[in-house]
Design a protein around this ligand. Sequence first.
Ligand code: PHE
Length: 468
Amino acid sequence: MALSVNSVIHNQWSTRMAFMLAAIGSAVGLGNIWKFPYITGEYGGGAFVLVYLVCILLIGMPVMMAEILLGRRGRRSPINTMRELARAEKTSPAWRLVGWGGVLTGFLILSFYSVVAGWAFAYVIEGAVGSFNGLDGEGAGALFGDLTDSPGRLLFWHSLFIIMTTLVVAKGVRSGLERLITWLMPLLFVLLAVLVGYAMAAGDFARGLHFLFDVNFDRVFTVCDEAGVCTFTAEPVLVAMGHAFFTLSLGMGAIMAYGSYMPHDASIGSSTVMIALADTLIALMAGLAIFPLVFANGLEPGAGPGLVFVSLPIAFGAMPGGQVFGTLFFLLLVFAAWSSSISLVEPAVAWLTEDERLSRPKAAAIIGGLAWLLGVGSALSFNVWSGEEYQVFGKTLFDIKDYLTANIMLPLGGLAIALFTGWAVGHRLPESELALRSPTLFRAWYFTIRYIAPTGIVLIFLNAIGVL
Ligand code: PHE
């Protein structure tokens, strides 16, 4: 491929397809298979799913287009892209804070993400040695409890995952990623389809479907205390919006960094549609695989972060060939988490290596080391630091990092990106970069990024803090 002038600064993806695969690799991860089912279970099902889908459509997808276009126009790390574009468009240099905020958010996310990826890692081994065979609900709970009770095991897997991430990042985007993702994602999809099939046959599929798709706003937007007094709560809406950002990897520069390697002849609009579709499909399939099993085995949908790890092993333990399927499934989950975690550190590494400041291996080592250190606290919040004296507002360090990053930091980053693209930079920049075929389509997107997405985010924030 002919290199453009800009690729002197950054190397580019070798093909149009490669950008999309990498972006899908970033988007599809633990967010889809671990987090989506557990928060859907916690917040009561259908209505939560509906709000989440609306957020994907009206906030997530328009913001994704904005992030990609800024990245491709800037062709630098998110920090410098924001700085350069702000300078070129003669607006405030403070916009570069978006880049800095993204680097910090990426760190914080990786520091709990790697612990969950570590659970998946541990389950590859559990699956292979036959620990799932004949498990019932109680046994599955005990297996997961044994893992999270052990600081040593959690730290071991967390460390291994950080090392894996650091190694790929050290090798660079092009060589490290493209080949891997091409065949792993389709395989994950096939395995999920097998699991959905199994859930249809052996689980309580009807109840799972109702749970995921029956929209009952009362159940989601009211919380009842022990005395049966129910009050309105807007928290699920905040969590649904936060998850839309998290699952699409938006609001922290990951997609902006990937956009900076995107060739000019690739369409931002259709790439966004494909990425969002693939991501949503995988999440819904995970839900369809998990909830029928949850109900058929008397498990609690609101069981929290362990939901996937206590429900799926029951299925693997009972289905023919489950030992192979179970091992393979968790292995693919580790890979999916891996391709996401790489994008979590990409904004920081891109910045550190820009202008030959540091070599990629050095940058990767620094960042991996810091994320590892931060992650130790997440691992310990399941055992040594699980006590109330270590909690704030009833949340452990792990929960706090999860909540704060997804529900506050990413939406704030997304808000800033929407405002920057919609208001700070004039319409010519997005118009030429998006190069949408129809002017109407551009107007619809521009209206959404200027008005709908920012107002939506602000209203949801105000609602959640009780102002509205
Ligand atoms: N989107 C990833 C997932 O769903 C997580 C992620 C968030 C990755 C933010 C990069 C940036 O697992």
